[in-house]
Write a protein that binds this ligand. Structure first.
Ligand code: ATP
Ligand code: MG
Length: 561
């Protein structure tokens, strides 16, 4: 449900157009228990667009106290692979689609689909046609011209029954005969011009093996699958709108009681991402991305690996709403959702990504003290930790400048700043290498200024983060940017992708607090002043942690509330 803020006191809850249809069906007694489904083809990994469909379908079932099925639409054996079945199940579960044990396969209904075809033949509503693919296309007509009847359209029921059985028994070569619905070759809707229901194709199916050499077409199979499962609202994307009359024809001619109803909604498109399978495949093959779960992609596997939470994706879908017209959603909105979700949930720790040394000349050599630090200043429940502090620290290179511009409040010669959770330090000197790069910053500290001591003697304008050198944990950090930028153009003139050369930056020389030692795959942290990070599930090792940046801390994006 989308919430619309009318005034500060009054919140009106509006229902989306699908909920309005369901309400009406319930009110008219046409629907007792709402049953929805998510029907993926097991031919690839799921992406953020599928997440929308999953959450929409499963969300409706939940809202109306109904039922949500996961059904593999495996009627096209050439492209399907069993390996995808497991990954899809995992992804649907992870995102929060509640199918429990209701996992179904369209291929389990092949027998019923065959029987349904026989029923249509017996009713004189389907016939076996010997035209080849080119001829069928030619006979179909165009958007402006009606089609012509096939010369085989008037075969008798007996002949059709016999031929269809022979098709099933493997007596005809692939592509030589099809079963077609007998509807109307002059229909303004081309989908209704005697569409093909079954084709002869010798393909080994991942589930039924070589049992069948005829396979049903999507438009015939899908309504039957829905009807068998008692699906009440069969929700699909807009490109199927013109197929709805055929969907209705199939369920009506087959006489299903309480037939399912097809409802179309607009696909989710996200800016600055790549979802086309063809393009992703190429990126994988060329080694530009590290597999389908590369954190720059938006497959569910990639989003998981990057560190997105299911909650953030659900929040995102809520903000997107459900619509009947296509549009794209700003990637920044997804980033907003993950920031909002992680803000209170994760520990805020210090990490130095581009280290230089800061040495406190007046701090006792060899001494380490432990500071008590709150894990999340906005959420006390996350507790506290001990952070070691000593004479030598790492700080980020950008927090020191020899010649600062105006309004630079961090370290520079003569300036005093607060070391986060610790003391004031004042820069008294620095060292550079032969190229002029700063390698050491020397400071003195004021013992009286320890955080939490109540010191009010004077103020400083800047606070910088740090990590104590002798206890620091060396880690690798991977910063990501969008892989393409729509403002610069997603494609080059030759049709290839115009890739952002900075989509991945690997920082191999980073340091984090010892608190992060032992962090496990997918553990998330806020690195203060840098962003939210997640332990990589593929490349991180106990002795060499690898962190993915989920999202930086800042954005210009403001939700439209
Ligand atoms: P793709 O080619 O992008 O992988 P698909 O439509 O071929 O998508 P299917 O496995 O056929 O993938 O889709 C399963 C379900 O997901 C369908 O109901 C489809 O309408 C829905 N779906 C696919 N892409 C999107 C999207 N971008 N937004 C919303 N729903 C989508
Ligand atoms: Mg598809």
């Amino acid at each position: 449900m989308e919430k619309e803020h009318v005034s500060e006191e009054k919140e009106v809850v509006t229902k989306n157009f699908i909920e309005q249809i369901i309400d009406k069906d319930i009110a008219e007694g046409k629907c007792k228990k709402v049953i929805t489904r998510f029907p993926p083809e097991p031919n690839g990994y799921l992406h953020i667009g599928h997440a929308k469909s999953i959450l929409l379908n499963s969300g409706l079932a939940e809202k109306y106290n109904g039922q949500f099925n996961l059904r593999f639409d495996d009627t096209n054996p050439t492209k399907e692979k069993t390996e995808f079945v497991k990954s899809i199940e995992d992804d649907v579960q992870w995102i929060g689609g509640k199918f429990d044990d209701r996992v179904f396969f369209a291929s389990n209904y092949f027998e019923q689909m065959y029987e349904a075809a026989v029923t249509l033949i017996k009713k004189g509503k389907a016939y076996v046609c010997d035209l080849n693919a080119d001829e069928i296309r030619e006979y179909r007509g165009t958007l402006t011209e009606p089609g012509k009847n096939s010369p085989y359209r008037d075969r008798s029921v007996e002949e059709n029954l016999a031929l269809f059985e022979q098709m099933k028994n493997g007596e005809f070569a692939d592509g030589t005969k099809v079963l077609r619905a007998k509807i109307d070759m002059a229909s303004p809707n081309i989908n209704m011009r005697d569409p093909i229901l079954y084709r002869v194709a010798r393909m080994t199916h991942h589930n039924t093996g070589d049992k069948w050499c005829i396979y049903p077409m999507y438009d015939f199979a899908h309504p039957i699958e829905d009807a068998i499962e008692g699906v009440t609202h069969s929700i699909c994307t807009l490109e199927f709108e013109d197929h709805r009359p055929l969907y209705d024809w199939v369920v009506t001619e087959l006489g299903y009681e309480n037939p399912p109803k097809q409802i179309e909604f607009a696909k989710l498109y996200l800016t600055n991402v790549i979802t086309g399978k063809r393009y992703i495949k190429k990126l994988v093959e060329e080694g530009i991305v590290d597999g389908w779960d590369d954190p720059r992609l938006v497959s569910i596997a990639a989003l998981r690996r990057r560190g997105f939470t299911p909650e953030s994706i659900r929040k995102f879908m809520e903000l997107c709403g459900v619509s009947k017209s296509n549009s794209s959603v700003d990637y920044a909105m997804l980033e907003y959702c993950i920031r909002e979700d992680l803000k209170m949930k994760n520990d805020r720790v210090m990490a130095v990504l581009d280290p230089i040394k800061l040495i406190i000349d007046n701090y006792p050599e060899g001494e380490i003290e432990y500071l008590d630090v709150q894990n999340n200043q906005e959420n006390e429940e996350l507790g506290t930790r001990k952070v070691p502090f000593g004479r030598e620290l790492y700080i980020d290179r950008e927090d020191f400048m020899i010649e600062p511009p105006k309004k630079y409040f961090r370290l520079y010669p003569g300036n005093e700043v607060r070391l986060m959770h610790a003391y004031f330090v004042k820069c008294i000197d620095y060292k550079t290498d032969e190229n002029g790069n700063v390698i050491e910053v020397h400071c003195t500290y004021d013992k009286e200024t320890r955080s939490g001591s109540g010191f009010t003697g004077r103020k400083v304008k800047g606070t910088i983060h740090w990590v104590e050198c002798t206890t620091a944990v060396p880690v690798e950090v991977r910063n990501y940017e969008n892989i393409v930028n729509e403002e610069l153009g997603v494609y080059n003139e030759d049709g290839s992708l115009n890739l952002n050369p900075n989509s991945l930056t690997v920082l191999k020389n980073c340091f984090v607090e010892p608190y992060l030692k032992g962090a496990k795959a997918l553990d998330r942290f806020q690195f203060v002043r840098h962003g939210y990070f997640c332990v990589d599930s593929k490349d991180s090792r106990e002795d060499k942690l690898v962190f993915n940046r989920i999202v930086s801390l800042k954005s210009s994006y403001k939700p439209n509330k």
